[in-house]
Design a protein around this ligand. Sequence first.
Ligand SMILES: [Zn+2]
Length: 82
Amino acid sequence: MAEESHCGLCARPVDTELPPGLPGSPEVDEIIPVSRGGSPYDRANCRLVHRLCNQRRGNGIRAQRRPVVTFITARHWDTDNA
Ligand SMILES: [Zn+2]
């Protein structure tokens, strides 16, 4: 699936070569947080996201799982990519 190389939150490409700990580093996001009963091992509950996006999202459940196209115009934080 195409979204494996793109962030599940901002829909921008994720550089999986980056080391952990950077804002753009790849992280696995549990769609339903483990603290709310989601499984960290269930592939259907996991998606690729940026570390920064994951942190911004926090622990809330993102109910609306919009298609990638609707996210593309939302570019609020391009500073790290300039
Ligand atoms: Zn992202």
